[in-house]
Design a binder for this molecule. Structure first.
Ligand SMILES: C[S@@+](CC[C@H](N)C(=O)[O-])C[C@H]1O[C@@H](n2cnc3c(N)ncnc32)[C@H](O)[C@@H]1O
Length: 239
């Protein structure tokens, strides 16, 4: 089964998880950390892998003219009903039904690690961005997806038993505070993303490895993520 199909299969779980107030890292710290990387609104911002649309709605509130794109029919329907004024398109990120150079900002927030044909999606982003446009990305940090903590203690060893350099598909079933979600994603080494960006003609302008800020620590086990990065943020220029 493709990652795209897995996301549609788990759409109901994701809707509950993503929308629960204060539950997902997006609400606790990640959304705000990512927003620091974004340029000012221009004529058109695309939110690729928009899911049920929480980031699209925040972008709209911050003055962006947003169009959301996602492959999941269930999540697209949820985004549409949450704010019918935001256009959302059901499409694969690797084949965008959009014209060349139509956007000045493309965002892929926590979606590229879930896209089957990641290099094709990056090429599509380069095509739909005008020269001078920016591509802002958040992904599961490749170090995070390459291993796991051997325990819940803040100083638990981080163990990598397989290969960091090989790409592989994995699923991560998480139960927390009454919600459960199985994430189906690809681990790819950092180099895979950088080569895809390089081949599509992007220049990397900024790179961040945000950790969980002290104010957002809810459980002692979260402190493990103050030693190992959860996420990777990139801002890229399309020259
Ligand atoms: C972790 S969710 C993130 C959703 C949203 N950005 C958010 O933060 O709420 C990953 C999203 O990527 C979407 N996705 C997976 N494969 C895709 C593809 N090939 N094309 C477009 N979207 C895809 C999934 O349907 C899902 O909505």
């Amino acid at each position: 089964m493709t990652l795209r199909e897995q996301w549609e299969n788990h759409a109901a779980q994701w809707l509950a998880w993503a929308r629960a107030p204060g539950h997902d890292s997006f609400w606790r710290h990640h959304g705000e950390q990512f927003s620091r990387l974004l340029p000012a609104p221009g004529a058109l911002t695309l939110d690729i892998g928009c899911g049920e649309g929480r980031l699209s709605r925040q972008l709209k509130a911050a003055g962006h003219a947003v169009v959301g794109v996602d492959a999941s029919p269930t999540l697209i329907a949820a985004a549409r009903s949450a704010d019918p004024s935001i256009a959302v398109i059901r499409a694969d990120a690797a084949a965008l039904p959009l014209s060349d150079a139509c956007a000045d900002l493309v965002i892929a927030f926590m979606s590229l690690q879930d896209v089957d044909a990641m290099p094709d999606a990056v090429r599509e982003v380069a095509r739909v961005l005008r020269p001078g446009g920016r591509f802002c990305i958040a992904i599961v940090h490749p170090l995070n997806s390459a291993g796991r903590f051997d325990g819940l203690a803040p100083d638990a060893p981080f163990v990598m038993s397989g290969s960091y350099l090989e790409s592989f598909i994995y699923s991560d079933a998480i139960e927390r505070d009454g919600f459960s979600m199985t994430f189906h994603s690809a681990h790819r080494p950092l180099q895979s993303y950088v080569v895809a960006l390089e081949e599509a003609g992007f220049l990397i302008e900024a790179l961040r490895e945000p950790s969980i800020p002290e104010a957002a620590i809810a459980h002692d086990s979260s402190r493990r993520w103050q030693r190992v990065p959860l996420f990777l943020h990139l801002r890229c220029l399309r020259p």
